[in-house]
Design a binder for this molecule. Structure first.
Ligand SMILES: [Zn+2]
Ligand SMILES: [Zn+2]
Length: 549
């Protein structure tokens, strides 16, 4: 069903700080100029020193020896990613009798003669056609024939006494078919809350791509909010070279349910992928709108997307997104060039869903080439369902809202890790501020690892430098993510930005590191029963979980 939403920026309050703005190209006062560059305004953002590089080297190649990856049971070859030696389970048959269950819902059939070095597996739902009448999908399974030279930190090589066995599961991350491809997406009877509506749900698409589905108030479907989509093989200027994914996306763009909002954190290639954006635009053209940080709108216009479908926001600025009951209720789209907005949005009381989308700070960088470094803004995002009993939803913040609220961390650092513990300025203050203005959150999506470029460079140049030590100002360790989880006051958190564009040794190290940090922080693991400190889990790619509002 077509559902056109309207996205209307809310004029920012006058007392906002613009200390992250660089020089601007306007003649007016600071708040009405369009900045041409940006910076991180906190002392917690620092460049790596020579000492950091030395520490990173000591923690890398000088200490750790290459780690052998497990051999594939079926063919005896070294596996590039262990899960790739597995057949994918039939959609509706989650526990086949004759197959060996592998962690994460993937199954390997030892009697299958087709386990060749390279093979194509069919997604089979037991019928001639694939799901929803699509011709069946294929997944290519590859084995590397050479022993890989993966590197993991020494403390990640062996299980420690207190480790949870699940943190050492093999493989560390798998690909599962998302719920809507398993035939459960339409009905969702088992996932209905007390009011009879489906619960909000999230699906990890891999790396930082997360789909959050929020039910319409009249039960007519779900709003699809997609963060940082990437479905391409490589996150790079070209698909011939650059960081490549080790695990396929769990679905293609055409298999996604209706997408209404695509929200981008920043312009790095692993978060803003041209092919994925173009596919989303072409296949969801009736419904999709894009919301991006300040300065990034031009990239979308240059890509051929009309300005009526793109909204730019500065840090601490907000937009109201309304889903009318019919097309006649649509408001006038607000073009990307109206910065900052001067007109208050009109609230449509008959909307079947209204969301507030707030652009929040993150401690990171931007740039897709040499000459556009820091030229566009980077951000994290808060999205909340506007409650029906709120008097003035346009007032800044969502502090007192008891509705479903999600925080997407994007790509961010939390602290400068090599500073002494006594240095309080080494911690970015933005997350406490986000928690105060928009928390508590029903759900947070937070990065667990350094991402894609650094593992690629390390592998290509064969230099084992500890990536986090070098780039802690702009990337989170699992321990940092746990700190952000509590700073923004998240009840439930899912880790992302890990395990996709790296080898399985690195994914395993992230999982083990995360498990230990979570244990140290006494944060819960039971999704259905978050304790006082909430719950923070890692999912498989494609896994869907429901969220209590
Ligand atoms: Zn980035
Ligand atoms: Zn990234």
């Amino acid at each position: 069903m077509t559902c056109l939403s309207s996205v209307q920026p809310i004029p920012p309050s006058k007392d906002l700080h613009y200390d992250h703005h660089g020089p601007s190209n306007g003649q007016l006062g600071l708040s009405t100029e369009r900045p041409t560059s940006f910076h991180n305004p906190w002392p917690s953002y620092r460049f790596a020193t020579l000492n950091d590089a030395w520490l990173a080297y000591q923690r890398g190649a000088a200490v750790a020896r290459p780690q052998r990856e497990p051999k594939c049971d079926a063919c005896g070859e070294w596996t590039r990613v262990a899960s790739r030696s597995a057949s994918v389970a039939p959609f509706r048959d989650t526990e086949p009798d004759n197959e060996l269950a592998m962690p994460g819902g993937l199954f390997y059939d030892p009697d299958d003669d087709d386990n060749d070095d390279t093979e194509v597996q069919a997604w089979d739902d037991g019928e001639d056609d694939g799901p929803d009448g699509l011709s069946f999908l294929t997944r290519r399974v590859t084995h590397d024939t050479e022993q890989p030279t993966g590197y993991i930190r020494p403390e990640m090589r062996e299980m420690q006494t207190d480790d949870d066995a699940d943190d050492w599961r093999e493989p560390p991350v798998c690909v599962r078919p998302p719920r809507w491809l398993c035939g459960e997406g339409e009905d969702r009877e088992s996932n209905r809350g007390e009011c009879g509506l489906p619960k909000p749900a999230l699906t990890w698409i891999g790396h930082a791509s997360v789909l959050v589905q929020i039910p319409f108030a009249d039960g007519s479907g779900m709003a699809g909010v997609l963060f940082d989509p990437i479905f391409s093989q490589r996150c790079s200027p070209t698909q011939y070279l650059g960081p490549a994914r080790s695990l396929d996306p769990p679905c293609s763009v055409v298999e996604l349910p209706p997408i209404h909002l695509v929200i981008i954190s920043h312009d790095h290639y692993d978060h803003l992928d041209y092919n994925s954006i173009m596919e989303l635009w072409n296949l969801h053209i009736d419904t999709v709108k894009f919301i991006v940080p300040l300065g990034l709108g031009k990239w979308f216009l240059d890509s051929g997307i009309p300005r009526s479908h793109v909204t730019e926001l500065d840090w601490w600025c907000e937009a109201l997104v309304q889903f009318p009951t019919s097309q006649s209720g649509m408001s006038t789209p607000v073009p990307v060039t109206s910065y900052p907005p001067t007109r208050e949005p009109e609230i449509n009381p008959s909307s079947r869903l209204a969301l507030k989308v707030a652009c929040c700070p993150a401690q990171h960088r931007s740039g897709r080439g040499v000459f556009d470094q820091m030229a566009t803004l980077w951000a994290s995002w808060a999205v909340g369902v506007v409650p029906s009993d709120i008097k003035n939803p346009l007032a800044p913040g969502m502090k007192d809202w008891h509705s479903f609220k999600v925080y997407f961390g994007g790509d961010t650092g939390y602290r400068y890790a090599t500073a002494p513990d006594s240095d309080e300025t080494s911690i970015c203050p933005a997350f406490e501020q986000i928690g105060d203005a928009y928390g508590p959150f029903s759900l947070a999506l937070l990065p667990l690892s350094t991402g894609s470029s650094l593992p690629f460079l390390r592998k290509t140049l064969n230099i084992s430098l500890d990536q986090y030590t070098l780039t802690s100002s702009q990337h989170c360790s699992p321990a940092d993510s746990l700190k952000i989880h509590s700073a923004v006051k998240a009840r439930r958190t899912v880790g992302m930005h890990w395990g996709t564009f790296c080898d399985s040794a690195e994914a395993r190290a992230t999982r083990v590191d995360f498990g230990r940090a979570r244990r140290d922080a006494a944060v819960g693991t039971d999704w259905d029963n978050p304790g006082m400190k909430g719950v923070f889990i890692a999912l498989d790619i494609g896994q869907t979980v429901d969220v209590e509002p």
